[in-house]
Write a protein that binds this ligand. Sequence first.
Ligand SMILES: [Ca+2]
Ligand SMILES: [Ca+2]
Length: 487
Amino acid sequence: MCDYANVYHTPPHLQLPGIDLSQPSVACNDFSPYVNAVGSFLQNSFGLHDMIGNTSEWVADCASDNYAGAPTEGSARTSKSCSAHILRGGSWADTQNRVEISYRQLVDDSIVRSLQAGFRLALDAKEKTSLNENFARNIKQSQEKFKARIASSQALIDQTLAGSKTWNTGKLILPPMVTIPAGEFLMGNDASEKSKPIHKVGVKAFKMSPYETTVQQFKQFVQATGYIISDDECWKWVDENGGRFKVGFDVEPGNWLTPAYAPSDFHPVMCVSWNDANAYLKWLSQSTGKTLSPAHRSRMGIRARAGNITKYGVGDDEKSLCDYGNIWDASGMRAFVRDHKYQSKPMACDDGAEYTTVVGTYKPNAFGLYDMLGNVSEWTQDCDQKNYVGAPTDGSAWITEECHMRSRRGSGYGLHDIHISLRGHGGQSNRSSMGEGFRIVEEISTEENCTKGAKNCKDAARKSEFDIALARAQKAEKQRRKKVDAN
Ligand SMILES: [Ca+2]
Ligand SMILES: [Ca+2]
């Protein structure tokens, strides 16, 4: 489908008004988040481009419930009392059910304009004409640019994943790891449909980074492999009701290294898609011989709760949240009012951080894991699901055939909904600076498997170059917050 049509694939445009997200998007990536230069995709056997996707197209025919009484000689179906017409072909924003070849959308004539609707000329064969030369040339240039962009982004991803280059392993940044012993825990809650039902999950021992993945770690990957973020675009907050779709955020030029999204080497890396995170972890696994991945949803759950069944995993008291994480607090609110003219009630405390902050600067949970709530929410391996009915109970990732979105866990610095069981989601290729990052999980062998209290659960001391530099950055950030407090 994505070779022939610009349709609604796993989208960066997650929350456009009017898109029915209960309908699945198309399971391929056409590399076009919005409308595209006409003719950028393959033609059909008549030489016609974009017959499906890009814009859906007005036709001359009057809307009718079915084909009973339709003309059979190829003329348009018209009627004097016609008050609605037909759109054919589906658009860049149409979900799977609307891009089938026979789908017709009946639209009342009083609805005059739509950002999904366009049209195409049809000429009687005896009225010969030729396209304006400039117009044809412009179209061709746009098509070539677009094809080059797809080819280069795909080639870079392939090159990286082929593992053609690896870093000098002596200098590889591997964050410290915390061993989480095997155990059982309850997952989900009754507060929302998406988190039901509460179910028991058994998880074997694994290791997890106590920190979110930092800018410096991702930088090393990019330097070693030449991995380039293909589209160089990233979602960001804008003024309330601002942006092209009046939803308070928009996609703009920028990437994981843009200073506003990556203020220091030790801030969590953002503007990385699920695909980018996995490319990085594949490279790091190849370079270290370890099995590394983003967390599974259930592993995020167990380490997030750390045996604590309260609302936030660190207690039920809203005020104490600012001790444990960089959340939507008074500092965040002040920054949003200043930068985005945006007002919304924050949590009743002040964590001292406006946007993201250096990883590991708040209290850890009982497992010694930092930023479980807040700073950035974190990609998991699992596909997004409507609820927990049928979820695996053995701690494995929940991967289904129709995997249009990946799940994220934990809230970010600017997300208003905070709950330990909260799950967000995003398209696999979606990049955002609105609070999305990831954390590394390492598989451990059966022989190494540890249970609570056993000696082999003990972790190595933290004294690598990375650990020392991070400790320095954390200290500086804590002092900065103290100074702000004193003033
Ligand atoms: Ca904050
Ligand atoms: Ca986090």
